[in-house]
Design a binder for this molecule. Structure first.
Ligand code: NAD
Length: 339
């Protein structure tokens, strides 16, 4: 029997998690919750996902548009093993009581505070600690990207201090409401940014300071990392370490991947659904050791890097697989992530 997964909040993250779940052989979508009729709701129905609404009053709007509603969120929760909450930041926390009332396991996203679940998740860093848990938060896109590389570096060389500049995208590509259109915005102005403390919710031992700016781009954030390692090593040792990890993709300027635009084009050429790039994109030729410190650039596809982590979190919390490395490989294989 496949585990039944409910998706509450079917937007950028929710629809991707729904598709990734349906590609696994040990879980399936019990239904997805939409607040308003939209093209996304119509596509969800076409894909065979049952469409649910937060409350009965929302159903009439869908029915007017000829979209069949399968029931309410309450009913969906009663018929599911776990809920992935992908509602907008801070909305998810409001659902905690309802999930508790149903005694259903719940996964929130990075727009919520760590406290919503009391446990923040990354597949490689703390799968074991998620086994059988009731609640977890999959950390945000940037934090996931940072945790993946810092975890790898810390295991291999020890991380004494990480200094990171996060160059954020201003909005997702489908967002027509957010700017800036022509500015670089220190975000926040008062330093450091929240990304460092967020990394520590998963890797408490990492000494990290982050600053962030928002740019007029929607494709991918870019991270510039400077890491003081505990052991002497060369750039080739770092390349080898990154190559050995399951969700790090090395690219090269020599292959004409010179920007986030080309990194996104690569994802499309790989035939990825929606042109998603689930892995960190690390420029191999940026990896340098200078005065004993490591420097490199990576780009993160904010719309999709947290998606495989949600699948692994489901597997861990429902104890469908006790070994984190095996879950990661299973998720990767189902999605088509090849090294
Ligand atoms: P989104 O706005 O694209 O999607 C949210 C969906 O939830 C929308 O379909 C919206 O209609 C629906 N919704 C709104 N209120 C609701 C309610 N009360 N009940 C049920 N559904 C409701 O948002 P998103 O970008 O998918 O973000 C979801 C979460 O994932 C947030 O916590 C966000 O911080 C996090 N996240 C987003 C990104 C990203 O780049 N988009 C990356 C990583 C994590």
């Amino acid at each position: 029997m496949k585990a039944k997964v409910a998706i509450n909040g079917y937007g950028t993250i929710g629809k991707r998690v729904a598709d990734a779940v349906s590609m696994q052989d040990d879980m399936e979508i019990a239904g997805v919750v939409k607040t308003r009729p939209s093209f996304e709701a119509r596509v969800a129905l076409d894909k065979g996902y049952g469409l649910f609404v937060p409350s009965k009053e929302n159903a009439a709007d869908f029915e007017k548009q000829g979209m069949e509603v399968s029931g309410t969120l309450d009913e969906l929760l009663g018929d599911s093993d776990i809920v992935v909450d992908a509602t907008p930041g801070d909305v998810g926390a409001e659902y905690r009581k309802l999930y508790e009332k149903h005694g259903i396991k719940a996964i929130w996203q990075g727009g919520e505070e760590h406290e919503v679940a009391g446990f923040s998740f990354n597949s490689e860093a703390n799968y074991d600690a998620a086994l059988g848990r009731e609640h977890a938060r999959v950390v945000s896109c940037n934090t996931t990207g940072l945790v993946r590389v810092l975890y790898a570096l810390d295991r291999q060389f020890g991380v004494e201090k990480a200094r990171v500049t996060v160059m954020r995208r201003s909005a997702d590509p489908n967002d027509i409401k957010t700017g800036p259109i022509n500015a670089i915005v220190p975000d926040p102005i008062s330093l450091p940014s929240h990304h460092g403390p967020d990394v520590k919710t998963v890797l408490p031992g990492i000494n990290i300071t982050t600053v962030a700016v928002k740019l007029s781009t929607t494709l991918m954030p870019l991270h510039a990392l400077n890491v003081k390692l505990g052991k002497d090593c060369g750039a080739e040792d770092v390349v080898k370490t990154f190559k050995s990890r399951p969700r790090l993709r090395l690219v090269s300027g020599k292959d004409r991947v010179k920007s986030t635009a080309e990194a996104m084009e690569l994802a499309k050429d790989l035939g990825r659904p929606r042109g998603d790039m689930w892995e960190n994109v690390i420029w191999k030729d940026s990896i340098a050791i200078d005065d004993g410190e490591l420097y490199f650039f990576q780009a993160i596809h904010q719309e999709s890097d947290v998606v495989p982590e949600n699948v692994d979190a489901i597997r861990a919390m429902l104890e469908l697989e006790s070994d984190g490395a095996r879950s990661i490989l299973k998720t990767n294989a189902a999605l088509g992530i090849k090294k």
